[in-house]
Design a protein around this ligand. Structure first.
Ligand SMILES: [Zn+2]
Length: 336
């Protein structure tokens, strides 16, 4: 069947009329298939949600018990039939529980990759290539200038800075879902064995990751009230970057602001945000990962969504791959 009849952009999100569902809808719908727990993809208020167990758990932690009328958990690789449309979920390597969704009818298969990356990440299942006729890809870092360095090298900068400024509290800004846990895990893998202090906004998710078998080491609440301020001297504190701009951060000892994000490649952004130690650690594909993935999958068509769509569309066309931008709105890359 024609792919654009199987799945197409509607105001609510990507819509499959035959299956009667939307993928990552931005407005409340009857039936939602959700790729992962970031707030721009996983919104509360749907009548029914189908997602991986971990994504459902994360939605409950973030949105409360009433996040959906009803829910159904699906395992990676399990095949479901929704009104004659075959649906299956496959690891996306983005954050814990994140999935690509394959939608298939009459021999036409479309893969919605959601957000994904190809770099190794010990905090979630690795991306798995799924052969398809149409590959729907994000393009958050869809420009040839975006090359993300080795994350261990970036973590090495934190350790070097701790040696250079042993008195200063190193405040690492990171998104609460995915990035924070990845940064903590990377610090552990680099041999950092000291307690890591976390902002209250990260506690539940860090506990959840630990409960899912992702060892984050000794984590302690970064509350000053109950503690002698001197414990934070030379310590690492992980929190949402928004918290670092307010009074909360000023209570630490000579705070040294760091931020872990793919956007830290852009010096201007780091400067504007007052980041002293930019860490280029991304949960999205950079340009080589995007183009290598398309080369590997070799789909008949590529549809490009949220991000810098035009360059990737052009890259595909130059290689004889049919491509088009989807111009989906409402996806603000929460976990970049
Ligand atoms: Zn995401």
């Amino acid at each position: 069947m024609r792919p654009d009849a199987l799945l197409f952009p509607a105001p609510e999100g990507l819509y499959c009329p035959d299956g009667g569902f939307y993928v990552d809808p931005v407005r409340p719908v009857e039936r939602a298939l959700v790729t992962h727990g970031h707030s721009d993809h996983a919104r509360p208020g749907h009548r029914h949600v189908l997602a991986t167990r971990q994504t459902l758990d994360i939605m409950r932690l973030r949105c409360g018990d009433g996040f959906s009328g009803s829910e159904q958990a699906v395992s990676f690789g399990e095949e479901l039939d929704l009104n004659g449309v075959k649906v299956s979920f496959h690891p996306a390597g983005h954050v814990l529980g994140s999935a690509q969704i394959a939608v298939e009818k009459n021999g036409t298969r479309i893969v919605v990759s959601g957000d994904y990356k190809r770099r190794p990440d010990p905090t979630c299942a690795a991306y798995e290539p799924v052969p398809c006729d149409v590959f729907i890809t994000e393009a958050t870092f869809g420009l040839p200038v975006f090359h993300h360095p080795d994350p261990m090298g970036e973590i090495g900068k934190v350790l070097a800075s701790l040696r250079q400024f042993p008195e200063r509290t190193h405040l690492i800004g990171a998104y609460a879902l995915g990035k924070a846990q990845r940064v903590i895990r990377l610090l552990r893998d680099a041999g950092y064995g000291e307690p890591i202090y976390i902002h209250g906004a990260m506690e539940q998710l860090c506990d959840y990751y630990a409960g899912q078998g992702i060892d984050l080491g000794d984590l302690r609440p970064a509350t000053i009230e109950s503690r002698d301020k001197s414990v934070f001297k030379g310590a690492v504190v992980v929190g949402p970057s928004s918290a670092f701009a307010d009074r909360w951060a000023r209570r630490f000892n000579e705070p040294l602001p760091a931020f872990a994000s793919g956007w830290m490649m852009v010096r201007q952004r780091a400067k504007q945000q007052g980041v002293e130690l930019p860490l280029v650690i991304s949960d999205h594909c950079d340009w080589p990962e995007l183009t290598e993935t398309i080369t590997e999958l070799s789909p008949a068509e590529v549809w490009v969504t949220h991000g810098r769509e035009e360059a990737l569309v052009r890259w595909c066309e130059l290689r004889g791959i049919k491509a088009r931008p989807l111009h989906l709105v409402g996806y603000e890359d929460e976990g970049d």
